[in-house]
Design a protein around this ligand. Structure first.
Ligand SMILES: NC(=O)c1ccc[n+]([C@@H]2O[C@H](COP(=O)([O-])OP(=O)(O)OC[C@H]3O[C@@H](n4cnc5c(N)ncnc54)[C@H](OP(=O)(O)O)[C@@H]3O)[C@@H](O)[C@H]2O)c1
Length: 250
């Protein structure tokens, strides 16, 4: 069934859990039609759910086709699906390194490219979920940090390229948010326990506002805007702290 006379349409990757799910629920609550993409079925009902592994070109094509068929438009593409990796570079396998880049970076850039024609039509927005970790180098998360730095570079370089089409690009850099993300990560290490961590719903509210205001970037929570440059200002201290936290002195 087609449903083309709709309000705005958001295509969100990684809706079966965590930040993607919270974002989908938030956007739907505000009357935005949500196309949710993931490999496993979410426990809520997006307006359209597409079972897809976004690392596969044929699944990305399917996602585009089904979105076109049902809604005929896309106003915002939220490239959220991603995974972590916890191991030193020495321990990291070649396969894990390739897998994490495949999902966190190559699939994200391919999704953007394939949805560009629809985004041109709507003068829409691309929101790329990177991470604070992409800016703040974290030992034992090197591969993950590298993918997220690549995402931010992608956002910052494609933004001026697509401005002529009226497309906005927002780089979204969350800090730690309680989603169970680390339990689904690659690698042989456990991240150290750190107290705190934001709520997915509060993040989703900030994400929605960033879209409404067409921000250039979103750093969430906001205090990371100060904390990250502060830590980088004292590189020796930050290295020593990291060695202690990750028990790299043993
Ligand atoms: N949570 C944090 O503290 C944090 C901090 C900074 C940045 N981030 C970033 O935020 C994003 C979401 O993280 P999260 O915490 O919400 O993680 P999460 O709860 O593990 O969710 C990841 C989502 O990605 C989907 N996904 C994984 N592989 C996929 C594939 N090949 N094709 C399609 N979908 C796939 C998963 O669904 P299926 O398994 O069902 O496919 C799931 O819905 C990630 O990019 C992450 O790097 C998270």
């Amino acid at each position: 069934m087609t449903d083309k006379k709709t309000a705005k349409v958001a295509v969100i990757t990684g809706v079966s859990s965590g930040l993607g799910k919270a974002a989908a629920v938030k956007f739907m609550r505000h009357g935005v039609k949500v196309v949710g993409i993931s490999r496993s079925k979410p426990d809520f009902e997006p307006d359209l759910w597409i079972e897809a592994d976004i690392t596969k070109p044929e699944d990305r094509e399917k996602a585009l086709k089904q979105t076109m068929k049902k809604f005929g438009r896309t106003d915002v593409l939220i490239n959220n699906a991603g995974k972590g990796s916890y191991s030193t570079w020495e321990e990291l396998s070649e396969q894990d390194l390739r897998d994490i880049f495949e999902l966190n970076f190559f699939a994200l850039s391919a999704m953007t490219k394939i949805f560009l024609p629809l985004l041109k039509e709507s003068k829409g927005t691309v929101m790329n979920v990177s991470s604070i970790a992409g800016d703040l180098y974290v030992p034992c998360m090197g591969a993950y940090c590298a993918t997220k730095s690549a995402v931010t570079t992608f956002s910052n370089t494609i933004r001026p390229e697509v401005k002529r089409y009226g497309i906005k690009v927002i780089d979204v850099a969350p800090g730690r948010i309680n989603t169970g993300f680390s339990s689904r990560s690659l690698g042989n290490r456990q991240p150290p326990h750190t107290p705190g961590g934001g709520s997915p719903d509060a993040f989703a509210a900030a994400l929605f506002q960033a879209w409404r205001k067409s921000c250039r970037s979103l750093i969430y929570p906001g205090w990371n805007r100060i904390a990250v440059p502060m830590l980088k200002f004292f590189p020796g201290f930050y290295d020593r702290l990291s060695i202690r936290i990750w028990k790299l002195d043993k």
